[in-house]
Design a protein around this ligand. Structure first.
Ligand code: PEP
Ligand code: MN
Length: 342
């Protein structure tokens, strides 16, 4: 429920509303906004009886929010959320477009350092790389796990680049958060609620990928778990969904980018690599994502995709990635005055 106050409402009126909310065993949340003073109500598990508020004359309107997500919605937070990744790197709102790139999996020191140095030389601020890999087959490479995390920690210090990596289980959240700058929740874990609750407790940005067969509502409800835990730094990532089509690995659902931007204040990025599964489709779909308003990209790049231990066919060669960055820059007019944060 959302309680909108009259323009002339005083601090005392607002206090009265908050007390009334608390007296019902619910929690008031401040809704920031220049145009209106509003108070959100959370903690209810169904319809809230609003009769206790009807006597309060300073209330202009009571809006019952029936969506399964509230804190994530524009109703509760009208302004864009800008997630701070470091002192100088931000994503969301009018921040410059952000490209995140790197291998699917961390395979060893040489592969990781080579990629990190290459990206750093191009000004790319964030390196991706999986230490814990959710693989369809247990016979496939499962990632270097703790050893991969140590390499990530080493590379970010040595090269001066931010790092993002996937966390697959609640028990690993603390360790992964200690050795990375951004945590990723993969498509297969989008509805792992214990994991969502656990990353909700930490103080690090989280990239939440859309589940393979998740609706937008389910995806946003998953993000709600993280915000409700207290972590407001969530970045949504569209990575393609399961459809009848087999010509591509997944079906890139670019329409959700403007759709989700209208429904939610959180930044939204696009992963053209998992969305298509094909290297040749990564550049055109990346450009399309910029045009439809994505705040950034998550792209797989590998020094030798032919020998990659996972997702080689969808990983760009260095020279292809460099060309893509140049093409992205030519779309500057779509990404606002500040241009691209490579
Ligand atoms: C990945 O980013 O390497 C990955 C496993 O992605 P997804 O969870 O989208 O399949
Ligand atoms: Mn991958």
């Amino acid at each position: 429920m959302l309680i909108v106050m009259h323009h002339g409402a005083t601090e005392r009126d607002i206090e009265q509303v908050k007390k009334t909310i608390a007296s019902l065993g619910l929690k008031p949340v401040a809704i920031p906004g220049a145009e209106r003073t509003a108070i959100g109500v959370i903690g209810n598990q169904g319809w809230v009886d609003d009769s206790a508020f009807r006597e309060i004359r300073a209330i202009r309107e009571i809006i019952h929010v029936t969506k399964p997500y509230k804190l994530v919605s524009r109703d509760f937070h009208p302004a864009d959320t800008v997630v701070k990744l470091s002192r100088s790197v931000r994503i969301g709102g009018k921040s410059p477009f952000l490209t995140i790139a790197g291998p699917c999996a961390i395979e060893g020191r040489e592969q990781l350092f080579k990629t990190a140095r290459f990206l750093k030389s191009l000004g790319v601020p964030v390196l991706r790389g999986g230490a814990y890999k959710p693989r369809t087959s247990p016979h496939s490479f499962q990632g270097l796990r703790e050893e991969g995390l140590d390499l990530l920690d080493e590379v970010r210090r040595a090269v001066g680049i931010l790092v993002v990596t996937e966390v697959m289980s609640p028990e690993h959240v603390e360790a992964v958060a200690g050795k990375s700058d951004i945590l990723q929740i993969g498509a297969r874990n989008m509805q792992n609620y214990d994991l969502l609750n656990e990353v909700g407790r930490i103080n690090k940005p989280v990239i939440l990928k859309r589940g393979l067969s998740a609706t937008v509502e389910e995806w946003l409800a998953s993000a709600e778990y993280i915000l409700l835990g207290g972590n407001r730094e969530v970045i949504l990532c569209e990575r393609g969904i399961r459809t009848f089509e087999t010509a591509t690995r997944n079906t890139a659902d670019l329409s959700v980018i403007p759709l989700v931007k209208a429904a939610s204040h959180l930044p939204v990025i696009f992963d053209p690599s998992h969305a298509t599964g094909k290297r040749s489709l990564v550049p055109p779909m990346s450009l399309a994502a910029v045009v439809v308003g994505a705040h950034g990209l998550l792209v797989e790049v590998h020094p030798s995709p032919e020998t990659a231990l996972s997702d080689g066919p969808q990983s760009l060669h260095f020279r292809e990635f460099e060309r893509l960055l140049a093409e992205l820059r030519s779309l500057e007019k779509f990404v606002g005055k500040q241009g691209l944060q490579k």
